[in-house]
Design a protein around this ligand. Sequence first.
Ligand code: FAD
Length: 302
Amino acid sequence: MADSTIYLEMLKNLPGRVRISESMKKHTSWRIGGPADIFVEPANREELRLAVSHANEREIPLTIIGAGTNILVSDEGIRGVVVKVGRGLDRIFLDDNMIIAESGASLSRVAAVARDAGLGGFEFSAGIPGNIGGAVVMNAGANGFSIGARVKEILLLNQAGCFLKKTKDEMNFGYRSSALQNDFSIVIEAVFSCFQRDKETIKQEMEVFIKRRKETQPLHYPSAGSIFKNPPGDTAGRLIEAAGLKGERVGDAQISTLHANFIINLGAASARDIMMLVEKARKSVLEFFGIELKPEVKVVGY
Ligand SMILES: Cc1cc2nc3c(=O)[nH]c(=O)nc-3n(C[C@H](O)[C@H](O)[C@H](O)COP(=O)(O)OP(=O)(O)OC[C@H]3O[C@@H](n4cnc5c(N)ncnc54)[C@H](O)[C@@H]3O)c2cc1C
C-alpha cells in the first residue's frame, strides 16, 4: 500500500477526485482486476499535472489508463497511483480539416464529430472502444487503417511534469505500436489531419464496419478485443482456432467460440485464468505452427 501521506495530500489538492483501494474491475472492459492503492480521475490538465508530480516527487509508481479496454490488471491490483484520463480531459475542437481531441475523449465520439462535420479519415475506427490517449499509444486500427496515419502532432506531459509537443515522425507508429509504449509520457491532446468527404458516404462506411464487428466479435461479453497481434501474413484468430482452442476454458475465462483471438469473461474470470489461457494459446500455436504470437493487450500490476 502506498504511503498514506500521499493519499491525504492528493485528497487535499484534488478534492472528490481521489479514491483509495479502488477496484479496477470498474475500470476495465474485461471487468477484471484487483484494487489500485490510490486512484485519481483528474478533472483537467492542471489536476493531472499535480497528480503526476505528487507521485513522482515521492517516487511512487504511477500507472496511466484510459478507458481500460486494452489492459489486463492483475488480481493483486496495482501498487501506487493510478491516473485515469477520461472525463474532464475530453474536449474536441474542429479547425478546418483538423480535429483536435483531448486524450480522454472517446475514439467513437471523435469519429462521430468527424462524420457530422463531413471529415473523412476516422471511418476505420467505427466500433473500436477506448479513448484517444490509449488509441494513440496503441496505434489502434482496423480495416486496413490505424490512428497513427491521421496524427499530425501530439501534446504530452512528461515525467518531469513538462508539457511538450511531438510530431507524427517522432511517434514511430507501427502495427499496434508507438514510441510511447517505451517511454513514460502522458498523452494530453492529439491533432489529427482529416479530409473533406461526403457525410452520407462516411456514415454508410461506418455502419458497414460496425455491422461486421457485430457479426464476427463476441460483443455481449466483457473482453479486451484481440489478445494477440496478427503475425505477418496470417491472423492470430485463425491460428488459435486451427490449434483447436475455440471454446477452451480456464475458470470463467473462455476463448470465444465466435472469434478465437478474443478471450471473454463469462462472469467471474480472474486475471490468472486469462493469463493461463493466453499462455495455452501461445504455446499451442508455437507447437503446431512454429509461430510465436505476441500479445497486444498490456498487462498491468504484475
Ligand atoms: C470489443 C473490443 C474491440 C476492440 N477492437 C479493436 C480494434 O479493432 N483495433 C484496435 O486497435 N484495438 C481494439 N480494441 C482494443 C482497444 O479498444 C484499443 O487499443 C484502445 O485504443 C485502447 O484505448 P483505452 O483508452 O481503453 O486504453 P487503455 O486500455 O486504458 O490503455 C492502453 C495502453 O495505453 C496507455 N494509455 C492510455 N491512455 C494514456 C494516455 N492518455 N497517455 C499515455 N498512456 C496512455 C496505458 O498505460 C496502456 O498501456 C478493442 C477492444 C475491445 C474491448
